[in-house]
Design a protein around this ligand. Sequence first.
Ligand SMILES: NC(=O)c1ccc[n+]([C@@H]2O[C@H](COP(=O)([O-])OP(=O)(O)OC[C@H]3O[C@@H](n4cnc5c(N)ncnc54)[C@H](O)[C@@H]3O)[C@@H](O)[C@H]2O)c1
Ligand SMILES: [Zn+2]
Ligand SMILES: [Zn+2]
Length: 351
Amino acid sequence: MKALVYHGPGQKAWEGVPDPTVIDPTDAVVRMETTTICGTDLHILKGDVPAVTAGRVLGHEGVGVVTEVGPDCSKVKVGDRVIISCVTKCGTCEYCRSGMTSHCQTVGGIGWIFGHLIDGTQAEYVRVPFADNGLIPLPDGVSAEQGTMLSDILPTGFEIGVLYGAVKKGDVVAVVGVGPVGLAAVMTASAQGASKVIAVDGNKFRLEQSRDFGATDTIDVNAGDDVVAKLKELSRDGLGVDVSIEAVGIPATFTLALDSVRPGGHVANVGVHGESVNFPIERDWINNLTITTGLVNATTAPELLERIQRGEIQPEKFITHRFTFDEIDAAYETFSNAADEHALKVIISRA
Ligand SMILES: NC(=O)c1ccc[n+]([C@@H]2O[C@H](COP(=O)([O-])OP(=O)(O)OC[C@H]3O[C@@H](n4cnc5c(N)ncnc54)[C@H](O)[C@@H]3O)[C@@H](O)[C@H]2O)c1
Ligand SMILES: [Zn+2]
Ligand SMILES: [Zn+2]
C-alpha cells in the first residue's frame, strides 16, 4: 500500500510500505476512505515531537471500512464503516475506566499513539489496536467528511474547551484563537447555550468564519485595541467573561485568557505550549478561578455524532479544501499556509 512516511524533520514521502495486518487479537485493519491533517502533524514535521521517528506513517484522523478483525474483536466486524478515534484506549486500565482515556496506561500512558508511536491514518490502510474501543460506527446520513471531524478536532474543542471550561447556559465565553480547534469550541459552546461566544484572533478570514460557527462577537488582536478591556465590556456586568478558552498555545494568549476571566470563572487551556507561562498567583489567589488543562479523551465522539444527526452541529463547515491521496503533498502545502490559503481543515480521500 501507499502511505505518508515521515523521514525526519522537514522530510516526508507518499510511498510504498508493507500492508498492515492484525498483530494482536484485539486489532482491526481499516481501509482508509478519508483522512485529514492536524496542526500536530506540522509540529512533527518540524521535528518538535522527537518520539516520532523516521519511518513512521503520519496521521491520527479519518474514516474507513474494516477489512480484517482479530479474534478478540466482538463489536467491530469486517465491512463496518467507521470513524477512527485519535485516542487509542484499552478500556480496562484505571484511567480508561474513569473516562480519562487520554492517559491509557496499557498503551504507554498517552492515548494518542497513531502517527506518533504507531503507524497512522494518512495511508491506504491502518492497523487499529483495541479496535472495539477506538472505532465508532458511522451511521447512514453522516458523511465520511463529517465523521472525520469527530476523530480529533470536534471532541478536542468540546471536551478540553467547553466541558473542562464548564460552559453553561447564559455564559459569556471567549475563545482565544479560532483555528480548527478554537472553532470547534465556538461551535459546541454555542450549542451548549452560551449567551455570547467571542472569537479572538488576528486572522481576519478566521474571525469572519467564526460567525458561521456561532460566534456572536469577534475581536481582532491586531486592531490595536485593549483586548482585555473589550472582553470585559462584552461580559455580563463588566467583570470579565465566565469562561475563557485558550486555543493557540503561546504565553501571550494564556495571559489574555487569564486576564479576561471574572472572579469565579474558568480558564480552559487547550493549546499545546512549548514554553512556560507567567501565572500571577499574587493577583489571582483571591479570584476563585478554575484553570484546566488536558489532552483530548475523544470519549464524546458518539454524543457529538448524535448532535450531527439531529442537525445541531455542522462539522462540514470546517472543510475548506479537498485532495486525493496522491495529492497529499499539495494538501500539506495548503494546510501549512493556512492563513494565506484561507484553509481550515483539508480533506484527503481515496480517488
Ligand atoms: N489539548 C489537546 O488535546 C489538543 C488537541 C489538538 C490540538 N491542540 C492544540 O490546540 C491549538 C489550536 O489548534 P489549531 O489546529 O486550531 O491551530 P491553528 O494554528 O490552526 O490555530 C491557532 C489560531 O490562533 C491564532 N493566533 C495566533 N496568535 C494569536 C494571538 N496572539 N492572539 C489570538 N490568536 C492568535 C492564529 O491566527 C490561528 O487562527 C494548538 O496549540 C494545538 O496544538 C490541543
Ligand atoms: Zn490532532
Ligand atoms: Zn486503558
